[in-house]
Ligand binder design. Sequence first.
Ligand code: NAD
Length: 273
Amino acid sequence: TTIPTITLHDGTAMPQLGFGVFQVPDEGAQASVATALEAGYRSIDTAAIYGNEAGVGRAIAESGLDRDDVFVTTKLWLDGLSREGVRPALEASLERLGLERVDLYLIHWPAPATDAYLAAWEGMEEIRELGLARSIGVSNFLPEHLDRVAALGGSVPTVNQIELHPALRAADIEAANRARGIATEAWSPLGQGSVLGEPAIAAVAAAHGVTPAQVVLRWHLQQGRIVIPKSVTASRIRENLDLFGFELTADELAAIDGLDRDGRTGPHPAEFN
Ligand code: NAD
């Protein structure tokens, strides 16, 4: 399987399809990342708060793959949201991962009750300069937060990782990202499984002889987003990578767009502090 890459605005090439490990304990993360790398995934999405960076790191080390062939993302938790907080938080993540740098480091949430995320962005630029992360971005940022970051006058985040799936289309945020040259990465791309029983998705799946999860992931890919589906089940891990032998029509994409209904699974970014 050749996974397409997206070129971020700083020139970094990021696989468009990666593997997520939210809510997977450390040992299980090691096992599922090992399965994912074996299946052909080359991008892994973790976070300090997930408590499984060590397991992710062991799986990468034991895979035998060259470090440069695996794209690793981790995230800065709220306790590191200050200019001085970023470097020690990332160094602790790198220690757990057993890596010298990550490919992408994200501010996990803006926590906009204070402006700390703005100071943290300056810390993010420092760790990139130090070579501790190849690329820096954000997660769960609303357009107003992106504008505040841009007003600092430094660099623009390369990626905004947001909740986005058929039941939460987030078209306004995606458009705001695009207007700023920021790649949109969909978290909970399957709506944590909540959208897989939709009749409209089942109909498209039947038409192509694929599964509902494959339809939803293909919808994301054809609309240009980066996706990081999660599973701990080997057959599903492989299924979620098998997306390159069929293509959805414009009408099918539109039918899935029509499922948008504020079906948020996680917190609202304006309210999570
Ligand atoms: P997801 O949308 O990837 O759904 C995962 C769930 O869908 C699985 O637990 C399983 O129940 C089901 N599933 C997966 N593959 C399936 C298949 N082929 N057939 C049937 N059911 C299937 O949800 P997620 O784990 O919340 O999100 C993916 C990743 O996004 C996470 O692992 C994490 O890396 C990232 N994430 C980031 C944030 C953030 O705040 N930045 C928040 C949540 C998740």
